[in-house]
Design a protein around this ligand. Sequence first.
Ligand code: 13P
Length: 284
Amino acid sequence: MTLISSTPLLVEARKEGYGVAAFNVHTLEMLQAVAEAAEESRSPLILQTTVGTVKHLGIDYIVGAAKAAAKRASVPIALHLDHCQDFDLILKCMHAGYTSVMIDQSMHPFERNVEMTKKVVEVARALNVNVEAELGKVGGVEDDIHVDEDAAALADPEECQRFVELTGVTTLAPAIGTAHGIYKGEPKIDFDRIQQIAARVDVPLVLHGGSGIPGDHVKRCVSLGMAKMNVATEIKNAFSLALQRSFAERPDELDPRSYMAGAKEIVKALAIEKMTLCGCTNKA
Ligand code: 13P
């Protein structure tokens, strides 16, 4: 298959009441691990990269590897650019083969967020690319975007409705109490707010900060209309810790094909766990 827009995957997920897991990958092995997890569990998949990873690997390498994964797969795969504030980079990624992008203007006033999102939607429509935007401010750390706990703000349901109407955005990430990174305690998810937003907005909703959310909370979010769950920190940490363990146990092992294999398997197992939690296994 070829890479497809995430819009049909997410529209279907919202309609059928499940979520599609979206994984931030930073290396070829991480990308292969989540693609194999999707194939094995018959799940649709959204591969994601942050702006930092675009700088680290290069757009061409990422698109090349994602296309190879899609070609091998019998399940649908989309490639998404996570949290991007740079319009020019979004254009470059869309033209290079990304099938979904996030324009993140959540740090700016509502009007500016609307204006920039609208600009991206106009181009994306012509290229059949999905667009995600954020309302409210999701707290925590994602790449070099840091949002302090006091600066985090929940999305307003009425604003969400106006935002979707004004921009034509195809997926919306409203801040509802989750945060990027590992939680200190349990996240304080505002389920009522999700319900109110979902009642006013019919585009698929996106749950950010998917690492460390208790399983029953994930299921409740999904049942309320969260059709995509982003997972970054948990798979990054699992990959790195597996490598650390491998070097501690076998300090003389200098072959990346050997030590990477174990780390890849750990990410794959974790990805299947998250897909199962979102309810997207056997939905491909
Ligand atoms: P985590 O790092 O908490 O998994 O958040 C991922 C995310 O929302 C990426 O946009």
